[in-house]
Design a protein around this ligand. Structure first.
Ligand code: PBG
Length: 329
């Protein structure tokens, strides 16, 4: 659809001034688009930098008020907790996931009590932070068991809901877990707990720094290709999302972000439901390290996040959330 031609048409006219560029701008990034991930660690008064993610820290739960106050000041709508579980608490079944005093549960309790509904609390549903083999489910004869894993995920979901989680985000990629979790939540009268499904999660190479941070990297036996999606597929993403919507997902997530912008766009165009993107740890590290080494300038951060908006994402989980929000304010 070409609506004119040179020389009467000159697209550079509207690019000439800042005010004019602003008027024809199609997508904007605001603090409303940002979800801040927070890594948790055992102990008291701890703030430990994650080596592969300069500028990102893990915090002991007593430090949370400081961290959350800052997020609130930055007008970030939601935070997401990720635990670095002590290795002596990990086992084959990920039982620590069901301990109501585990790091995530403690963080949820403290945060809900102190902040009520001022900020959204999100927590993953998956076993990988708790298993001694680093997989998202339970393993038998080298197979990640689907239905048996869901039984544990249901318990983890109910527990996290009880602890004050607003948005449960199953990131495990077991088939059918959204429906089973929704059913269990409704039965226990957690009708208003939202399900943000990591519906389209690829078996990606960009998760390395995250696995390092939660201590699952060195433990992980093999890879996650039998449950996370093949990096070459996009039609399959449509089936994943369709399944999850039917099962009751309120929001779907595509992960990683930048290498999969085409998938975000396809899903948004096709389903017209809220779609979130996860700019994962490896994406963060690439951009951050390049900025620190002065290979690119820091406006690249906003550019990377705008690309998600252009593709159709409603919100973005990003380790840059605070940095960007304080600049956008
Ligand atoms: C695991 C989980 C992963 C991430 C979030 N939840 C990693 C994985 O699947 O191994 C990755 C996030 C990131 O890299 O920033 N359920």
């Amino acid at each position: 659809m070409i609506t004119g031609k040179y020389p009467s048409l000159r697209l550079r006219r509207s690019r000439k001034f800042d005010w004019s560029r602003r008027l024809v701008r199609e997508n904007d990034l605001s603090t409303n688009d940002l979800i801040l991930p927070i890594f948790l660690t055992e102990g008291k008064n701890k703030k430990i930098e994650i080596s592969k993610m300069p500028g990102i820290f893990k915090y002991s739960v007593d430090m949370l008020p400081k961290v959350i106050d800052k997020a609130l000041l930055n007008k970030i709508p939601m935070i997401a907790f990720f635990p670095n579980t002590l290795s002596n608490k990990k086992n084959d079944f990920g039982s620590e996931a069901l301990n109501e005093d585990n790091l995530v549960c403690k963080a949820l309790k403290i945060s809900k009590k102190r902040y009520k509904n001022e900020i959204g609390l999100m927590a993953d549903v998956a076993l990988d932070p708790y298993t001694s083999h680093g997989h998202d489910g339970i393993v038998k004869n080298n197979i990640i068991l689907n239905d048996q894993t869901i039984k544990i995920l249901i318990k983890q979901s109910l527990l996290q809901a009880e602890m004050g989680c607003d948005v449960l985000s199953p990131s495990d990629m077991m088939d059918g877990r959204i429906g089973e979790i929704r059913k269990a939540l409704d039965k226990k009268n957690f009708k208003d707990i939202q399900l943000l499904s990591y519906a389209v999660k690829y078996a990606s190479n960009f998760y390395g720094p995250f696995r390092n941070a939660i201590g699952s990297k060195s433990l992980l036996k093999g890879d996650k290709k039998t449950y996370q999606m093949d990096i070459s597929n996009s039609d399959e993403a449509i089936r994943e999302v369709a399944m999850d919507i039917k099962e009751g997902a309120d929001i779907v997530m595509v992960k990683p972000g930048m290498p999969y912008l085409d998938v975000i766009k396809t899903i948004k165009d096709k389903f017209k439901i809220p779609v979130f993107a996860y700019q994962v740890s490896g994406e963060y590290s690439l951009i951050k390290n390049a900025i620190d080494k002065k290979i690119i300038n820091k406006n690249a951060i906003i550019e990377s996040l705008i690309s998600f908006k252009r593709a159709g994402a409603n919100a973005i989980v990003t380790y840059f959330a605070n940095e960007v929000a304080s600049r956008l304010k």
